[in-house]
Ligand binder design. Sequence first.
Ligand SMILES: Nc1ncnc2c1ncn2[C@@H]1O[C@H](COP(=O)(O)OP(=O)(O)OP(=O)(O)O)[C@@H](O)[C@H]1O
Ligand SMILES: O=C(O)[C@H](O)[C@@H](O)[C@H](O)[C@H](O)CO
Length: 189
Amino acid sequence: MDHGETGGNASRPVAASPVFVMGVCGVGKSLLARRLADALGVAMVEADDFHSDENRRKMARDLPLTDADRLPWLDAVSAAAKRQVQSTGGAVVACSCLRRAYRDRIRGALGNSVFLHLAGPRALIAERLAARTSHFVGAGLLDSQLDILEPLEDDESGIALEINVPIDDVVVTALDELRRMGAPAQSIV
Ligand SMILES: Nc1ncnc2c1ncn2[C@@H]1O[C@H](COP(=O)(O)OP(=O)(O)OP(=O)(O)O)[C@@H](O)[C@H]1O
Ligand SMILES: O=C(O)[C@H](O)[C@@H](O)[C@H](O)[C@H](O)CO
């Protein structure tokens, strides 16, 4: 199993559209992606695991990444998602996907993909970031990410999900939405 790609189960039927959990740092992407991947019986891909050392150094110093920093990273994340879709039939990817152009690039690499945009009040995200100790990204990147965030547009497959509720409720809503969109519905038990 590759670094950053965990938990696939080839024996369960799933549709091929990868699901991306997107949003700014600390909004809860990794937690939701892990929960959804488990519920769907597919692999989770953690985009943070595909950053170059240089990107990680920048983020650790609260320096926002540029498009030039992000594009090769997004390509590596897309390649990992593709491997999982091909080998296990699906993937749930925790990846910021902040700008429309980034999502277009991902769709260019993977075809149709579903985006679940986690969104909520800045103060709540900052509070959760401040409480989190085991991660190289802290609250210092939050405002730069909120500044460039481009929410989903009408022609994009996906939906925004409110984070100001317990994670179990976010999971239920996300699974309902995936079912409604006809995404990986047949894998939902
Ligand atoms: N609905 C929720 N209720 C309470 N706490 C939550 C909820 N969602 C996430 N958290 C907590 O918020 C913190 C940030 O979540 P997480 O690490 O999943 O965010 P992230 O978007 O993946 O961050 P990053 O982009 O920096 O990797 C974690 O400590 C997580 O347990
Ligand atoms: O600049 C970005 O697009 C984000 O910072 C991502 O690179 C990070 O992976 C994540 O949000 C922090 O863990």
